[in-house]
Design a protein around this ligand. Structure first.
Ligand code: NAD
Length: 260
């Protein structure tokens, strides 16, 4: 394809999503940013992408917690660029609690954002990708899409769900030049991880330092947080022709966690 590609990255105003947006922009794609951080911070990040990589970036504040959010986001992409070539379903939240105390609204919010949002965005982009005969859908799952940890029932359920969804859509689009894969990060140092440390400390009766060392990195054999740049590198690779036969996979980037 000679035309400039357009990548839509949900939850790209922070953390892994912003890192992936930066990687795809560096690869020459126009970017549709999304997320709920302070608008002035997102605007700064948007301008930075354009300045650093000479591409065009727009921002949609569509709420991916709701089905209408997907339509709003994909319409914004179509309006600005007339196409969507790459969809990265990345927006996600976490909540940590024993199941008996797990608030119903937190369960629903996690299922809505971490799982259902990908259904709605995928449904919206697949017809265009089929028409183009080319597309890449990348779902940011988690090592928790492959194995479980206690106190994260909604998150683990949603992430296992998105791995199954990834395989299903890969099969449905396999003859259309579209690949669909899940990236399964271990612990990556981002605001999402930072925010869950106090709750995990409370749930397990530990200090925050003990949570980092003995809970989070206990399962990650490298004993190091992965980086957003590593997630971006894999996402960029999945968009190359070299990756065109990789579809329906769940690729761990987890420092050996799921080798246990
Ligand atoms: P983060 O908190 O830094 O970023 C989350 C992004 O989602 C932000 O841009 C935020 O604005 C956006 N978001 C939140 N609610 C939204 C809503 N209602 N509508 C639209 N956007 C919304 O988190 P992160 O660590 O970068 O996580 C990104 C993804 O990676 C998540 O799906 C997460 O489950 C997954 N993941 C993260 C880790 C990790 O260790 N950080 C590990 C495995 C998987």
């Amino acid at each position: 394809m000679t035309e400039t590609k357009t990548a839509v990255v949900t939850g790209s105003s922070s953390g892994i999503g912003l890192g992936i947006a930066d990687g795809l922009a560096a690869a020459g794609m126009n970017i549709v940013m999304n997320g709920i951080e302070a608008p002035e911070d997102v605007e700064q990040a948007r301008k930075q992408l354009e300045a650093d990589h000479g591409i065009k970036a727009i921002y949609s504040r569509a709420n991916m917690m709701k089905p209408e959010g997907a339509e709003e986001l994909i319409s914004a992409a179509q309006e600005a660029f007339g196409r969507v070539d790459v969809l990265v379903n990345n927006a996600g939240i976490q909540f940590v609690s024993p199941v008996e105390d797990f608030p119903d609204d937190k369960w629903q919010a996690i299922i809505n954002l971490n799982l259902s949002a990908a259904f709605y965005t995928t449904k919206a982009v697949v017809p265009g990708m089929k028409k183009q005969g080319w597309g890449r859908i990348i779902n940011i799952a988690s090592a928790h899409g492959l194995v479980a940890s206690p106190f994260k029932s909604a998150y683990v359920a949603a992430k296992h769900g998105i791995v199954g969804f990834t395989k299903t859509i890969a099969l449905e689009t396999a003859e259309d030049g579209i690949t669909v894969n899940a990236i399964c990060p271990g612990y990556v140092w981002t605001p999402l991880v930072e925010k869950q440390i106090p709750d995990t400390a409370k749930a397990r009766g530990l200090t925050e330092e003990q949570v980092k060392r003995d809970v989070l990195l206990a399962a990650q054999p490298t004993k190091q947080f992965a980086t957003v740049e590593e997630m971006a590198a894999l996402a960029v690779f999945l968009c190359t022709d070299g990756a065109k036969s990789i579809t329906g996979t769940a690729l761990p980037v987890d420092g050996g966690w799921t080798a246990h």
